[in-house]
Design a protein around this ligand. Structure first.
Ligand SMILES: [Zn+2]
Length: 429
C-alpha cells in the first residue's frame, strides 16, 4: 500500500504543476534549504526517523535535483543521494513529510536526425525535447563546426543515450557519435578512450596531427583509518531495511572499535570540515585532491581543525558514538567528485590523483573519403548516421511530449540554480 501510494504520489507530482531542475549550491545544508523555504526545521526534524537524519548531510554540492512549488511554497523536492536513492520531501496538510525512495530512471538509447529549419539549437530542442543535447553536440564540434552558421536544409544526426525520469531527461546526455552534413562538407565525431575525435572532408579544416603530451602522474596511497578493520556494516546504495521495510542506502562502511581508538587520515590532504553534523555527530572531512574526500563520523574527539593539512596515517580523532549511533564505531565515507563510493575501492590502494598518461588535443582529421579512411569500428557508426540523415526527420516519441522545457538564462538568475524549468499541461497523466 505504501509503495503504491508513493508511486502514485511521484506520478502525480511529476504531472501536475511546475517542476524545476535545480542545483544544490556549495555551502548549502539541509537546514539552510529548509530555512530558504520557510519550513520549520525543528518540526521537520522531529518527525524523521533518527536513523535517517544522517542522509540529510550526505547531499553533495553541485548535484541536480527536482523541485516543484505551489502558491510560492515548496511542494515537493527529489534530491539524489548517489545513483540509486533520493530524498523525497513533500508538503502535507500540516508541514512537510520526508522519505527516502529509489530513483527510477530509464536509459533511453536512440539515434535521431534533424533537418535544420530555423537554428540548430532550437530545432534539436524542439525535435528531441532534450534541453542539453544541442549544447553537448556543440561542445564536441567546437572549433570545427560553427552551429550558428549551419543553414536551412543541413542535417544533424546523433546516436546517444539519455537517462530519463518519467519522461523528463535527467543528467547529461551521453553522445556516442554524431554526423553533420552541410552543403559543402561532412563532419563526423565519435568517442574513443582519448575523448571525441572529429573527422571531416572539409577543405576549410587544416590537417591537424595528434598532439600528445605526457603528464606526470601523482598517486596517493590510501590506508586503513583504524589499525583493526572489523567491518560491522558494508557500503550499499540500496539496502532493504528489515524493520522499516524500506530501502535505505549506507553510504560508507562502519568499523567497530573501542571508544578512544585513534583514527588515522586515510591519505594526506586538507581538512575541509571539522565539527558537528546532524546524525553523524562529530565529523571530519578531508580533501585529498583528485576529487576524493574522506569523511569520519561519530568521533568522540576531533583532533584537527578546518583548513589544516594532514599527513597520511596522522591521528585526526578518536572513535566514539556521537550523533545517531548505537555504539562506538567509525563510519568512514569516501566521495569521488561528490558521489559516495565504496571506500574499499581506494583503501589499501594507490589512487591516481593527477595526470598519468597522455593527453590528446582534440584533433580533426581531414579526409576526402570518410567512409574509406575511418577505422573499421567507426566506419559502421558513420555509415549508420550518414544513412539516417537521408531519411525524413525523426519525431521524438520517447520523452513525454506534454512536458515543455524552457531554458532560462543562468546568468540572469541570482541563485544560479535553475538550469531549465519543466512544466506540464494540466491533466497530462
Ligand atoms: Zn555508517
Amino acid at each position: 500500500m505504501r509503495i503504491f501510494l508513493m508511486f502514485f504520489l511521484l506520478i502525480s507530482a511529476l504531472f501536475s504543476g511546475s517542476f524545476k531542475l535545480k542545483r544544490w549550491q556549495e555551502g548549502e545544508t539541509f537546514g539552510t534549504y529548509l530555512t530558504k523555504h520557510h519550513i520549520d526545521s525543528t518540526k521537520f526534524y522531529n518527525q524523521i526517523d533518527p536513523d535517517d537524519i544522517k542522509f540529510l548531510s550526505a547531499i553533495q554540492a553541485g548535484i541536480t535535483f527536482f523541485e516543484s512549488s505551489e502558491g510560492g511554497k515548496l511542494k515537493e523536492a527529489l534530491i539524489p543521494l548517489g545513483e540509486e536513492m533520493q530524498i523525497y520531501v513533500f508538503k502535507k496538510k500540516n508541514g512537510y513529510g520526508f522519505d527516502i525512495v529509489p530513483i527510477k530512471y530509464k536509459v533511453i538509447k536512440d539515434t535521431v536526425t534533424i533537418k535544420i529549419k530555423n537554428s540548430c539549437f532550437t530545432d534539436i530542442k524542439k525535435a528531441t525535447n532534450n534541453p542539453d543535447l544541442a549544447t553537448y553536440l556543440n561542445k564536441i564540434f567546437k572549433g570545427y563546426v560553427d552551429f550558428t552558421k549551419l543553414k536551412k536544409g543541413d542535417t544533424v544526426s546523433v546516436k546517444y543515450e539519455q537517462k530519463s525520469i518519467k519522461g523528463i531527461p535527467w543528467g547529461e546526455p551521453k553522445i556516442i557519435g554524431a554526423y553533420i552534413k552541410s552543403q559543402e562538407s561532412e563532419y563526423f565525431a565519435y568517442q574513443n578512450k582519448n575523448g571525441y575525435q572529429v573527422w571531416s572532408n572539409s577543405n576549410l579544416l587544416q590537417k591537424v596531427t595528434k598532439v600528445a603530451k605526457k603528464v606526470p602522474a601523482l598517486y596517493k596511497s590510501f590506508n586503513n583509518p583504524l589499525n583493526k578493520m572489523r567491518i560491522t556494516s558494508a557500503f550499499t546504495y540500496k539496502r532493504w531495511h528489515p524493520i522499516l521495510h524500506r530501502y535505505r542506502p549506507h553510504l560508507g562502511i562502519d568499523i567497530g572499535a573501542k571508544r578512544g581508538t585513534p583514527i588515522y587520515a586515510v591519505a594526506d590532504g586538507k581538512v575541509v570540515y571539522a565539527g558537528w553534523m546532524r546524525g553523524y555527530g562529530k565529523v571530519t572531512k578531508i580533501d585529498h585532491g583528485g576529487g576524493y574526500i574522506s569523511l569520519y563520523a561519530h568521533q568522540s574527539r576531533i583532533l584537527v581543525k578546518k583548513g589544516q593539512f594532514v599527513k597520511a596515517r596522522q591521528v585526526i580523532g578518536r572513535v566514539g558514538s556521537t550523533g545517531r549511533s548505537t555504539g562506538p564505531h567509525l563510519h568512514l565515507g569516501v566521495y569521488k567528485r561528490g558521489k559516495p563510493i565504496n571506500p574499499f575501492r581506494v583503501l589499501g590502494k594507490l589512487v591516481l590523483i593527477k595526470g598519468g598518461g597522455t593527453i590528446y588535443k582534440k584533433v580533426a582529421v581531414t579526409s576526402k573519403n570518410l567512409a574509406k579512411d575511418l577505422p573499421d569500428k567507426e566506419k559502421k557508426l558513420y555509415n549508420a548516421l550518414a544513412k539516417i540523415s537521408q531519411t525524413k526527420p525523426f519525431i521524438w516519441k520517447k520523452f513525454n511530449k506534454n512536458i515543455q522545457i524552457h531554458f532560462e538564462n543562468i546568468r540572469k538568475e541570482s541563485s544560479n540554480a535553475d538550469r531549465f524549468k519543466l512544466s506540464s499541461k494540466k491533466g497530462a497523466a
